[in-house]
Design a protein around this ligand. Sequence first.
Ligand code: BMA
Length: 323
Amino acid sequence: MTSPQYEVLFQRHSANPILTAADWPYPAHTVFNAGATRLQDGTTLLLSRVEDRRGHSHLCAARSDNGVDGWKIDTTPTLCADPAGHPEELWGIEDPRITFVEELDRYVVAYTAFSRGGPGVALALTDDFRHFERLGLVMQPDDKDAALLPRRFNGLFALLHRPLTDTGAHVWISYSPDLRNWGGHKLVLPARRGAWWDANRVGLSPPLIETERGWLMLYHGVRRTAAGVLYRLGVALLELENPERCLLRGDSWIFGPEAPYERQGDVGYVAFPCGYTLGADGDAINLYYGAADTSIALATGSISQLLYWLDRHGTACSHALTS
Ligand code: BMA
């Protein structure tokens, strides 16, 4: 008799890791934490974080017809730090999250700009992932793990992000009429503290996933142990018309570093998704994640299965920071 197993909500692709530095057309130390989107012609685009041997990162686009292999990778960096024009990018740009905004008919890339003050949140707009209009820093350091929602709420754009405050590293939401001026800051999902798997830090992972029941939020939770940190993935559900309201939060993590390529690398024991695409049925989620800050991997899940799991393993959210 075998002992009962936890449910598998994300299935690793057999071709993992699907992209490594060895695939790159120019020298790269590591490639990981890619934003993802499906272009109008059906192509999957990954905007990968590429780290060079200075330790600085830039972004590079890779395109594939099936989202698994046959990647056509830009032969030079797609979006580089511009420290002269944007001093907040002095030490590179990292961890992009992509949102297509119908109103703008453009993609908005939220990324981490890294400089002396620490990581901050910057935005850039593009319609082809070749030309970008930078809006610069929209959340000052220390802040990261940001993604825009695809439409306005009560006339305002909404951004999820993860400022570091005296009370810890929690997910917040902020609003803007023009993507440049932000306010109305509210706490959405706090780190849980104590012995929880997401006790020490939480942050948005890929952009929110829209469902009939609300926005599914896949988030990373960090637990510090004597051996270092563990980055795992959890799920919560936010209210559809009022995404600052968390409805349900899963008690346990749903995906974590188990495969050798997730446990060994520059930063072991890290599974860090920054993007997803949906399958043709609108239910399958292709989740692209950085593995051990070294390569890019793919795992597939299902919206309906995540919701069903949350109903059985989620609890109503509490906003109290002491919870
Ligand atoms: C986070 C981010 C990610 C990275 C992770 C693990 O704070 O900086 O880019 O993948 O740490 O090192």
